[in-house]
Design a binder for this molecule. Structure first.
Ligand SMILES: *Cc1c(COP(=O)(O)O)cnc(C)c1O
Length: 356
């Protein structure tokens, strides 16, 4: 069956996989919903997007993204309240960040209308895939990649924009054991660390695997020049509580401008928590731990929202933090963010984009 919605063509699957999904047991990213958005860029412009049944796409192994890395993505979430209202968290900000990533990789920006319309149409078509249990959501994965097939090194003239979604359960993160990384780097200033480009993940796998072999869950990335300042925690931004203040590395071109990071900082300020965005040195962590003023550390990102860090290993030595309580800053900001999302608290910033 084909219908038109906005200017978006919708081709529905004849065989929904929805009934095969055990919604009480969802591993992150395991199931991809029935449909996907596909739009193509050629001759200097984006064509119209279509909703198609999710499935394989035929492509040449010569497509430029595979060889030269022009590929970027986003990660966001849609929620359904008990009354059936569907919201997407900070859609506009995700769109802006996607375009910053695209610009850094010499890829064409996605017009806002194309982004909003394709996303809302897709979510509407697959609305039954949005889990409703507490803490569960529909994870949304937009991706843009170079699709011109050619071997020479060049900026691609053709791209594909695809959006897929995946129902995800509440993300429980056990307190992490992380290691301050002093050998490898994820990103250097002037590089593309601030962009959500595929290559940033590729380069982080090896050091992360090494850390896992040594018994750590993640690495704490440090600056590429001196390994003296903290950048991020694995694929999350990192925050510390020092002297009761919420402290996080200030953004550089080597740090991903996380939307969870921004949301937490904004809410913390409104909760009268002192917020500091500044350089955080490895030395400071050792010192403040010794003094007992470093009381919390956690990762911040869309998947987990907040992931507590239990132990930081620095120069081979473990620095352990007290277990987190309900009164901890990370628990309080997480709750505030969750309540705002659920509409239990006023959405002063218009962060919840409501599907009509
Ligand atoms: C996506 C991402 C984050 C978190 O960003 P959110 O917008 O909060 O999900 C942090 N660091 C890296 C490297 C990332 O790719």
């Amino acid at each position: 069956m084909e219908t038109m919605s906005n200017s978006i063509r919708v081709q529905r699957t004849s065989q929904s996989r929805l009934k095969e999904i055990d919604f009480s047991n969802l591993a992150f990213g395991q199931h991809i919903a029935d449909h996907m958005i596909v739009a193509e860029y050629a001759d200097g412009k984006w064509g119209e997007a279509s909703v198609l049944p999710y499935g394989e796409m035929t492509m040449s192994p010569a497509i430029l993204s595979l060889h030269y890395g022009q590929a970027i993505f986003e990660g966001m979430k849609a929620y359904k309240t008990s009354s059936g209202v569907i919201t997407i968290f900070r859609l506009k900000r995700h769109h802006e960040r996607m375009n910053r990533s695209l610009e850094r990789m010499c890829m064409p920006p996605i017009p806002y209308n194309l982004f909003e319309q394709s996303l809302t149409t897709l979510i509407d078509v697959d609305r039954d895939w949005i889990p409703t249990s507490e803490g569960a959501s529909l994870y949304i994965r937009p991706v843009v990649f170079a699709s011109e097939a050619r071997l020479g090194v060049k900026v691609s003239d053709q791209y594909k924009f695809v959006i897929m979604t995946s129902p995800v359960g509440p993300y429980y993160s056990k307190p992490l054991r992380v290691k301050v990384e002093e050998t490898y780097v994820r990103a250097a200033e002037g590089g593309a660390g601030f962009a959500k480009c595929a290559g940033n993940y590729g380069v982080s796998f090896y050091p992360t695997q090494m850390a896992r072999k040594e018994g750590f869950d993640q690495v704490l990335w440090t600056d590429a020049k001196e390994h003296k300042y903290i950048d991020e925690a694995g694929t999350m931004n990192v925050m510390f509580v020092i002297d009761g203040k919420l402290v996080t590395p200030r953004l550089t071109t080597a740090i991903l401008d996380g939307i969870t990071r921004d949301s937490i900082l904004t809410l913390a300020k409104e909760m009268d928590i002192v917020v500091e965005e500044r350089k955080v040195s490895v030395e400071e962590l050792i010192e403040t731990h010794k003094q007992g003023s470093l009381t919390e550390a956690f990762g911040a990102g869309t998947a987990a929202i907040v992931a507590p860090i239990a132990t930081i290993n620095i120069h081979g030595k473990d620095y352990t933090l007290p277990p987190t309580s309900e009164g901890s800053i990370q628990a309080r900001v997480k709750k505030k963010l969750t309540n705002m999302r659920l509409g239990l608290e006023k959405d002063n910033h218009e962060w919840n984009f409501t599907l009509r």
